[in-house]
Design a binder for this molecule. Structure first.
Ligand code: AMP
Length: 424
């Protein structure tokens, strides 16, 4: 029988990479909490209908890429979540959070699933850290979120990032814009790819961000939403830019950056990396979605959110050598006999209770074997709990880097060890 392998597009995260993921997750949590965000954890499985409605049946994510299957007696369709926002909004409504709080700031982190073609930086299970700010429509809310994101990326040391920003209008100005765009697209229809021919009818805005060269060439002169904003959308956008300037956050206006669904409005953004990613260069995407909560059965409620692709952020930071992993344990406890072993087991427990990292040898046997193991682990010190010394109330502390050793008293040994570990 052949070996069972991991599923296509899904990978194991082993140390030290798993530590890189964990440290970024902790850093994000701590950073976002300073802005008043708290964590929400939603289930990984949801009804497929949630994403069909909340993300849109027209999107590739829902129509082609969902892991969706019938479940149970009634064969209800369930799906592994392809993104976080729909679940967060469902949880917000199901728990009637809006009735108690007029402003909700939540962050989430965890795996997402999309059956995409695997490539460098593109997986079928990948991790996102996202945040949603629900209840406020002001440009200040958009600006605060972008400042938080920018600050986080600066803090973790991600180099070469650009913030791309656009406004895609709202329910007032979009219909006229959409009409103008459809008119333009019908004039160039024969030059578009098959997907875009279809999108020209169903989801024309998405034609603007088609990556195919023929579509980009054909739509070079197409009208763009930012040039068709109504007065309130224009004012919102201008105020956002004013605050970004105040924060001195650099941005590029990207008139073709769109979110193709009706419930998205005004601010849309993306953060791309110039190093470490190649073709899959987006590390974060987000935007305002004032229409989604109503679409999912709630009252009209403004909201804005983003999702960072953690796998890609790790790639960027690894390429820039900005990630460190846990250093080796500074201390290894060895022994010669059963009595020494039991002293080592107890001392190991007590050191760890005191917050000191150490490894107790679990195999025993010859001293040389124990020292070899300590060396392999990279331990700086080895404390040897030997029969003869133990009866005198001391143990031998060996400095592996200096190749020296000394006796230290077992009375107060934890304080002495701590002092030595701090010194080195
Ligand atoms: P989206 O939810 O599509 O706006 O994606 C937000 C971020 O998640 C992107 O900017 C990527 O960094 C990341 N992402 C999306 N899809 C994948 C994938 N298949 N593999 C790895 N990262 C992804």
């Amino acid at each position: 029988m052949g070996k069972i392998q991991s599923v296509k597009g899904m990978r194991d995260l082993l140390p030290p990479q798993s530590e890189h993921f964990a440290s970024l997750e902790e850093e994000a949590a701590r950073f976002f909490q300073r802005y008043g965000y708290s964590e929400i954890r939603t289930p990984i499985l949801e009804e497929t209908a949630l994403f069909a409605r909340g993300v849109g049946e027209e999107t590739d994510m829902v129509s082609k890429e969902m892991f969706s299957f019938p479940d149970g007696k009634d064969q209800k369709m369930l799906a592994l979540r392809p993104e976080g926002t729909a679940s967060v909004v469902r949880a917000y409504l199901e728990n009637r959070v809006g009735e108690r709080l007029s402003l909700v700031k939540w962050y989430y982190l965890g795996p997402m699933f999309r059956r995409e073609r695997p490539a460098a930086g593109r997986y079928r299970q990948f991790f996102q850290i996202g945040a949603e700010c629900i209840g406020v429509a002001t440009p200040e809310a958009d600006a605060e979120m972008l400042e938080m994101l920018w600050g986080f990326f600066q803090r973790v040391g991600a180099p070469g990032l650009s913030l791309k920003l656009n406004s895609i209008g709202d329910a007032v100005c979009r219909p006229a814009y959409r009409e103008a765009l459809v008119r333009f697209l019908s004039g160039v229809a024969e030059k578009l790819c098959e997907d875009c021919k279809r999108r020209s009818q169903t989801n024309p805005l998405r034609v603007l961000d088609c990556k195919r060269e023929e579509c980009q060439a054909a739509t070079r002169e197409a009208p763009v939403p930012i040039e068709h904003l109504c007065e309130p959308c224009r004012a919102h956008h201008n105020r956002l830019l004013e605050i970004l300037n105040l924060y001195q956050i650099p941005y590029l206006i990207a008139p073709r950056l769109v979110r193709g669904l009706d419930y998205y409005n005004r601010t849309a953004f993306e953060i791309t990396a110039s190093q470490g990613l190649g073709a899959q260069d987006a590390v974060c995407g987000g935007g305002r979605y004032d229409g989604l909560i109503r679409l999912l059965g709630g009252p009209d409620t403004p909201a804005i959110g983003f999702a960072i692709g953690l796998d890609r952020l790790v790639l960027v930071l690894e390429a820039a050598q900005k990630l460190s992993s846990l250093p080796p344990p500074p201390l290894f406890l060895g022994f010669f006999d059963k009595n020494g072993q039991e002293r080592a087991l107890l001392l190991g427990r007590d050191l760890r209770r005191e917050g000191i990292r150490c490894q107790v040898d679990l195999r025993g046997g010859k001293l040389k074997g124990q020292l070899d193991r300590a060396n392999k682990l990279g331990a700086r010190f080895v404390l040897l709990l030997g029969g003869d010394e133990l009866s005198r109330g001391v143990a031998v502390l060996r400095d592996m880097a200096a190749s020296t050793q000394e006796e230290i008293a077992l009375d107060g040994v934890i304080a002495q060890l701590r002092e030595r570990l701090v010194r080195t």
